[in-house]
Design a protein around this ligand. Structure first.
Ligand SMILES: Nc1nc2c(ncn2[C@@H]2O[C@H](COP(=O)(O)OP(=O)(O)OP(=O)(O)O)[C@@H](O)[C@H]2O)c(=O)[nH]1
Ligand SMILES: [Mg+2]
Ligand SMILES: [Zn+2]
Length: 276
């Protein structure tokens, strides 16, 4: 039978197929061949032996979070607690861009900051809107529902950012566990421990455990510029310009002139350095 993995907890792989759920395990050879089934994978499985036989070709696949076949990512980012960070936002964006995923930036905890901080962040978000990203807040539930429809949507972000809380507002039936952000640690306690996939509005949503450690060591240096979508608007005189040390680089010029957000360019250089 064919189905989709909707939850993995230790070696239990819950597969949904035609409205039923099956508690399966992957074939032994997967481990030997270092094949790791992920939530979102479509699989062939035996409904008698409850063994997953193979994984169908993936549209895309991620190790952080461990998910496959994603159309759109909601990057959930709180204005405070945990603190807002453009560096982290650019990391999430770049990772998703490099996997051809649509991106929506979703701001949370707008109620917890003063108007000065709020305005400052909203101004920065104008730049992201101008280069083509959707920017919304977690209060705009109708907008979010429209965006989710018919797609497979992953919700990613730092622990405590409010991913599960937002999903509960979209559909209270899910009753997802949410948690207080631990102030002592400066970061949350990972309330969500496993990726879970839910069907919703003819599409799907995936709640994921929060994370912030992400690097670009698995990418090639010349891939990184593809993650910064605004760079493609400007033509560098060099065909394979790395936009780092080249003298006549158009990107560097636009940064100096303020057309490209300086912070984004600095993040580009950081990710470029990390890549191989
Ligand atoms: N004031 C306020 N609190 C919020 C908002 N969104 C979430 N919270 C709170 O933030 C805390 C963390 O929310 P969660 O939804 O558990 O965060 P999460 O992103 O799912 O965290 P992990 O599962 O650990 O990755 C909870 O106490 C929520 O009630 C918001 O917009 N405003
Ligand atoms: Mg959660
Ligand atoms: Zn250049």
């Amino acid at each position: 039978m064919q189905g989709q993995i909707i939850k993995i907890s230790s070696n239990r792989h819950i597969v949904s197929s035609k409205g039923r759920e099956y508690n399966t395990i992957p074939r032994g050879k997967f481990r030997k061949e270092q094949i790791i089934p992920k939530v979102g994978d479509y699989v062939n499985f035996d409904d008698k032996s409850l063994v997953i036989e193979n994984i169908l070709p993936r549209k895309n696949t991620f190790n952080r979070p461990m998910v496959s076949n994603i159309d759109q990512a909601f990057i959930v980012i709180s204005l405070v607690n945990p603190d807002f960070s453009l560096g982290l936002l650019d990391k999430f964006i770049a990772h998703m861009e490099l996997h051809n995923v649509d991106i929506t930036i979703c701001l949370t905890k707008t109620d917890l900051v003063n108007s000065i901080k709020y305005e400052e962040i909203i101004k920065q978000m104008e730049y992201y809107k101008n280069i083509g990203y959707k920017v919304i807040t977690n209060l705009e539930l109708d907008k979010i529902k429209k965006l989710i429809k018919d797609k497979t949507n992953v919700f990613i972000g730092q622990t405590g950012a409010g991913k599960s809380s937002l999903l509960n507002k979209l559909n209270p039936n899910w009753n997802l566990k949410t948690g207080e952000v631990s102030i002592a640690l400066g970061r949350g306690r990972h309330t969500t421990r496993n990726v879970e996939l839910y069907e919703f509005l003819d599409g799907k949503v995936l709640d994921t455990p929060g994370f912030s450690a992400l690097d670009f060591t698995n990418y090639k240096k010349d891939q990184i510029k593809e993650a910064f979508i605004e760079f493609s608007k400007y033509n560098c005189p060099f065909k394979d310009c790395s936009h780092t040390k080249e003298k006549e680089c158009a990107i560097k010029k636009e940064v100096e002139e303020g057309k490209i957000l300086k912070n984004r360019y600095i993040n580009y250089l950081k990710f470029y350095e990390e890549a191989k």
